[in-house]
Design a protein around this ligand. Structure first.
Ligand SMILES: Cc1cc2nc3c(=O)[nH]c(=O)nc-3n(C[C@H](O)[C@H](O)[C@H](O)COP(=O)(O)O)c2cc1C
Length: 174
């Protein structure tokens, strides 16, 4: 049997899994002490770091639940996950889905942000499996649809672009 020797002098550019694009969705509960100032700080921090690390995504905050989807290289997402788990501004982090994907859904946003307002209340309930919004009770597919619908509704309000041109359309072909 012949053994092929690895040339140790040639660095393997892909040895760290950096070539894979990972999409991670999780839910968590905000700390009781979390206030709007801290929320603004989280968003600011996320946008700066994510731009640097090639991470894109969306963060939703409603009824003290965080629902976040992040996508980026496998290594960047795993590093972020470790940081998130250690962050005491939220707790009970549960991964809803981690999936290798071919393209980004949130490519335009270092961190899109959606909070409840009168025009999106019905969407929160449309994709929930409970009478009240509780993302711990939602499955991966419903979560993906909810995040996409919320983001599209928000950006449609701002720019008046046709609804089918964006993320929901991407999901339909995914
Ligand atoms: C709900 C929630 C979402 C967060 N999202 C991100 C994120 O997308 N990117 C990020 O870098 N940090 C995010 N953070 C903050 C990280 O947990 C951590 O505090 C931060 O990355 C540390 O950044 P620094 O090393 O620049 O201080 C989030 C924190 C919380 C509580």
């Amino acid at each position: 049997m012949t053994t092929k020797k690895l040339n140790r002098n040639v660095p393997n550019a892909f040895s760290d899994g950096n070539q894979f694009l990972l999409r991670l969705t999780y839910v968590s509960r905000a700390a009781d002490s979390l206030d709007s100032k801290q929320l603004t700080e989280i968003l600011k921090q996320a946008r700066i770091n994510n731009t640097e690390k090639g991470i894109t995504g969306i963060l939703v905050f409603n009824k003290n639940y965080f629902l976040q989807c992040v996508e980026g290289s496998r290594i960047a997402i795993n590093e972020l996950l470790n940081t998130l788990v250690a962050d005491n501004r939220h707790h009970d982090l549960q991964i809803i889905e981690a999936r290798e994907v071919n393209e980004r859904i949130w490519g335009e946003w270092s961190m899109d942000y959606v909070s409840p307002n009168p025009s999106n209340q019905s969407l929160f309930l449309k994709y929930s499996s409970s009478r009240d919004f509780n993302p711990y009770l939602m499955n991966a597919r419903s979560t993906e649809w909810l995040l996409s619908a919320l983001s599209e509704a928000q950006h449609q309000r701002k720019s008046n672009t046709p609804k089918s041109s964006g993320i929901l359309a991407k999901l339909k072909i995914a």
